[in-house]
Design a protein around this ligand. Structure first.
Ligand code: FAD
Length: 452
């Protein structure tokens, strides 16, 4: 029958996971229709709001995603917050299958005193600020200090350090927002410390990003050779990609730069450094207590070796003066709806090969499925797997049979909810004066009330 030929599928989230899942579904089922719901007005998730502006080649995936969105069996519905505007059970009712691909939007807090002081931000919010994420536009960080400290040693930490130190004229031809470029032009930040709890062999960034830092115009690296004592032999035994990364770190710490590097560093006005074996203990307030003026770090040592080595405090501490603290120690997903199982410890939706446990017809892909690690390529492979699983279930007759209304039903729900919200607002405004309602007059205000 026609219903069986036209499965209605919906995807929640329009980052790489959402788009790669949709792409695979449309390619491998010639009848399926896919609706993508997204809470922002615009698509592409972290490709638009995360990936650094000076890495335009990474954003080329947008072309493929746009092709997918242009398919006449695919539709993008922006400005719909699933879990608030429409629930997951409502989506499951309207579609044969639902795929949750809503990423990992929360950052992990440091959970130390002083974290709430002005001048302390999550790197994620800072990235959202310079990349134009609407909810981060208020951030406007004060860049009048001379030292910034970034906690965490992954690629996002290096992205943030690079943006803080790149000569602003090099960013002018990128898609960075004009407002952030304006603040970066006035920035007085001269030194950026990138702090990690563990040592040079445990860093989480990759060699390409490290090389970019080493070659950053107008800057020089600060690495302490003492951090590398006794590591030479261990580096030799490391597996290939890590070995090359560790060798580059060692070389930067212990050898005098030659050629272009030497010439550039001789005139460098700015510096960045990696500080190892330090764990954040407290953000130190300024004398008037009104903003961050430094950070107290607990000195650590390693227990065990290799990637699984643990940092344990030695009891010593070190205070590092700074006016800007950015924490970049990881992300976690949020639960979306009480009907969807959630593992608060791992911060993911429990699933078996993309099937959400105990909820037939519900699937997940991307960061919300496997946790917030891995690049866009990893997210692609993972999303193709989820789509494959879903299509297998469809073929095996495990998804509901009979027609499903898809977007038509959700559209009706969303518009009746819009009126209910405005109605409630008018009634409550009328209450004070004993009127049945105080009518709303300004369409822009109405849109604002609707979160538009
Ligand atoms: P996301 O990209 O986060 O997409 C999730 C989408 O779901 C978002 O659009 C979000 O708005 C939407 N959403 C959330 N909640 C709801 C809801 N309730 N209702 C509707 N929609 C919702 N990888 C690289 O390969 N190269 C890089 O240079 C690179 N740089 C990065 C820089 C940063 C700062 C970060 C954080 C990551 C970077 N990554 C990079 C990793 C890459 O971005 C991820 O692998 C990938 O984006 C994960 O895809 P996702 O679709 O699971 O999540």
């Amino acid at each position: 029958s026609t219903q069986e030929q036209t499965p209605q599928i919906c995807v929640v989230g329009s980052g790489p996971a959402g788009f790669y899942t949709a792409q695979h579904l449309l390619k491998h089922h010639t009848q399926a229709r896919v609706d993508i719901y997204e809470k922002q007005l615009v698509p592409f998730g972290l490709v638009r709001f995360g990936v650094a502006p000076d890495h335009p080649e990474v954003k080329n995936v947008i072309h493929t995603f746009t092709q997918t969105a242009r398919s006449d069996r695919c539709a993008f519905h922006g400005n719909v917050v699933v879990g608030r505007d429409v629930t997951v059970p409502e989506l499951r009712e309207a579609y044969h299958a639902v795929v949750l691909s809503y990423g990992a939007e929360d950052h992990r807090a440091m959970e130390i005193p002083g974290e709430e002081l002005p001048g302390v931000f999550s790197a994620r919010a800072f990235v959202g600020w310079y990349n134009g994420l609407p909810e981060n536009q208020e951030l406007a960080p004060d860049l009048s200090c001379d030292t910034a400290v970034i906690l965490g040693q992954g690629n996002v930490a290096l992205d943030v350090a690079r943006i803080l130190l790149t000569p602003p004229e090099h960013l002018e031809k990128t898609d960075i927002t004009e407002a952030s470029l304006g603040l970066l032009r006035q920035s007085r930040v001269k030194t950026v410390w990138i702090v990690g709890r563990r040592g040079p062999l445990q860093v989480a960034f990759t060699i390409k990003e490290l090389r970019e830092m080493i070659q950053l115009p107008g800057t020089q690296p600060i690495l302490d050779p003492a951090d590398f004592l006794g590591l030479q032999d261990r580096i030799k035994e490391m597996p290939r990609p890590r070995k090359r990364l560790a060798e580059l770190l060692l070389q930067t710490a212990t050898e005098k730069p030659g050629g272009e590097d030497a010439a550039r560093q001789a005139v460098a006005a700015r510096a960045w450094g990696l500080r190892f074996f330090r764990s954040p203990q407290q953000v130190l307030p300024s004398a008037d207590g009104r903003r961050a003026a430094g950070i107290r770090l607990a000195v650590t040592r390693l227990e065990g070796v290799g990637e699984t080595a643990r940092a344990v405090p030695t009891g010593d501490t070190e205070d590092l003066p700074c006016g800007l603290v950015l924490s970049s120690i990881g992300y976690k997903s949020r639960p979306i709806d009480p009907s969807v199982p959630f593992d608060p410890k791992l911060g993911v939706i429990p699933n078996m090969e993309g099937r959400v446990v105990d909820v037939p017809g519900l699937y997940c892909s991307g960061w919300v499925k496997r946790g917030p690690t891995g690049v866009i390529g990893t997210t692609m492979t993972d999303s193709f797997f989820t789509s494959q699983t879903l299509l297998q279930d469809l073929k095996a007759g495990l998804l509901p049979s009979g027609p499903r209304p898809g977007y038509a039903a959700i559209k009706a729900l969303l518009s009746s909810r819009d009126w209910e919200k405005l109605d409630a607002e008018e009634v409550s405004r009328g209450q004070g004066t004993g009127k049945p309602r105080e009518k709303l007059l300004d369409p822009l205000e109405m849109l604002r009330l609707l979160g538009r």
